[in-house]
Ligand binder design. Sequence first.
Ligand SMILES: Cc1ncc(COP(=O)(O)O)c(C=O)c1O
Length: 295
Amino acid sequence: VTPTLFLNGRFVRPEQAVISVEDRGFVFGDALYEVVKCYSGRPFRLHDHLERLEKGAAAIRLVIPMTPLEMEDVIDQLVATNGFRGSDAIVFIQVSRGPGPRDHFFPPREETECTIVISATAAPALDLVRYDRGIAAITVPDKRWGMCNIKSVGLLMNVLAKQKARDAGAQDAIFVRNDILVEGASANFFAVLNGQLITHPEGPRILSGVTRRVVLEIAEERNYTVRLEGPSISRLEHFDEAFLTGTGTEILPVVAIDGVQIGSGRKGSVTNTIQDEFHSLTRGQSRELHGSEAY
Ligand SMILES: Cc1ncc(COP(=O)(O)O)c(C=O)c1O
């Protein structure tokens, strides 16, 4: 299969997908993105992702010249033409405010078109040992901007946090602000404490993760007690379990944070149950939990 991707209304080969050096996504990080995972060719919670993109666009006054339905259609075509009908794929969507002379002011709308890139590539195989044994994470001071609910491509702090984790021999980083574990560098964070599931509330400090929402739905179905409150780092020694959630991350146990063992140091039973439920939602033919189906 010759890979194709979508760029500004056309299906092209990767080497033909060229954008301007003056693109505002490149110059200013003036762009949004989404990552969607397809299981056996079917995008999981696509409506939630496209809805978040629309909300983010409205928040930064970006007018996307394409409807969610049109995007859905493009994604469907990309999955088919790239040969992912029966396999797992990662769909990447990026929309920038388009090219223009380097000037902070928005270019006049008549003169510029958004740059829209949509691609589908093979999903990397998950390292099952990691998902069973869990990972070690470090904490990093959260110095990000105050609109983390917008999925902006400005990921410099996330990049630095991830690399710091790797340099420290850990696998991931968790942002901490005022002694609160806010979220991971590319995932949301949950702790289990005294039988309660605890995660930071939605708002400008975190990305409202699609996977986070799925986990909250699973928790509701299972009658878990949920506290929407950022877990305090002062309670780290008392956490029974911890895990990260994200589209690519799925449900990843965290068994050590800053060298402190979490719970038994092994994947806990709540994490295990949520992994199982998530697996049956994404891979099984079982019921779909109530994701928002309308735009
Ligand atoms: C900072 C951050 N938080 C949370 C998430 C998880 O969001 P989702 O579950 O929608 O992928 C991501 C995913 O990329 C992220 O980058």
